[in-house]
Design a protein. Structure first.
Length: 270
């Protein structure tokens, strides 16, 4: 199997698992006297840095796998992120449409794309930051709002890249700025995970950050996370949801606690 075919297979399996999980906890009764309110769901639309990983990919870990550790009971994560997708290809494959069939009033749609939008040699995924990227992102924003849900834009988490003097370097070009501009234009909440993660990698330094990325005996991956990295990014996401009052303090837990790596598990592929 080629690397591209393996990527597509893993992406398809992750998507199937996410949709099944969302359906299983999906449309429940709205609040009525004497009937418990349904769980609010945080739907994630994104790429491999957020996606669910399975046993064949361990120890690679998407930050969406760790986000539930920081949420109290009553909040559910439906992770629809898929390896290798851009804001454009996710749309073209009908993945946003599938989410919108499940999403309910009061839910959230967390949208993180950019890594694969940058691939100029791939017309199926490439978007130009100030035009097609923003046009695609607008469909996520408008789709969530049309269903009474709350869209939240997340700038792409940073890769591990350092200059010779130890300075952590940004790698996403104009895409974070384009997303920030769209958030301001549309009044959409923005979690600036690109800036937050870049600052975190700078504090940790070039050597220590290797413990947060998928560095193994056979692979030196500066894009995808292992359990500590996924937990660190998920913690940033949870804190910003609190700081921007998208979630109340009572909705969150363990924001300052150590999360054991053993809490991350990789199920068998569905």
């Amino acid at each position: 199997m080629t690397a591209a075919a393996a990527l597509d297979r893993r992406g398809a399996l992750a998507a199937a698992g996410a949709l099944a999980l969302a359906a299983a906890t999906g449309p429940a009764a709205h609040a009525t006297p004497g009937v418990p309110r349904r769980m609010r769901t945080l739907h994630i639309a994104g790429d491999s840095t957020a996606a669910q990983k399975y046993a064949d990919a361990a120890p690679e870990t998407g930050w969406g796998m760790a986000l539930p550790f920081f949420l109290h009971q009553g909040l559910h994560v439906a992770n629809h992120a898929v390896n290798g997708r851009s804001s454009k290809s996710f749309l073209d494959e009908g993945r946003l449409a599938a989410i919108l069939k499940l999403i309910e009033p009061g839910d959230f749609l967390l949208v993180q794309f950019g890594h694969n939008d940058e691939k100029k040699n791939d017309p199926a995924r490439y978007t130009e930051p100030w035009s097609t990227y923003r046009t695609c992102l607008r469909q996520y924003v408008d789709g969530a709002r049309a269903h009474g849900a709350r869209p939240v834009l997340l700038t792409s988490v940073e890769r591990r890249k350092f200059a010779a003097d130890g300075t952590a370097l940004p790698t996403h070009g104009e895409y974070p700025a384009a997303m920030r501009a769209l958030a301001g234009q549309t009044g959409t909440p923005l979690l600036d995970i690109q800036a937050l993660s870049l600052a975190l990698w700078q504090r940790l330094g070039a050597e220590e950050t290797k413990k947060y990325f998928n560095w193994t005996a056979t692979e030196q991956d500066n894009t995808h996370f292992n359990p500590p990295g996924a937990i660190a990014v998920a913690r940033q996401v949870a804190r910003r949801l609190r700081d921007q009052r998208l979630l109340a303090p009572r909705d969150l837990r363990r924001l300052d606690d150590t999360i054991p790596e053993s809490w991350i598990t990789w199920p068998a592929a569905p």
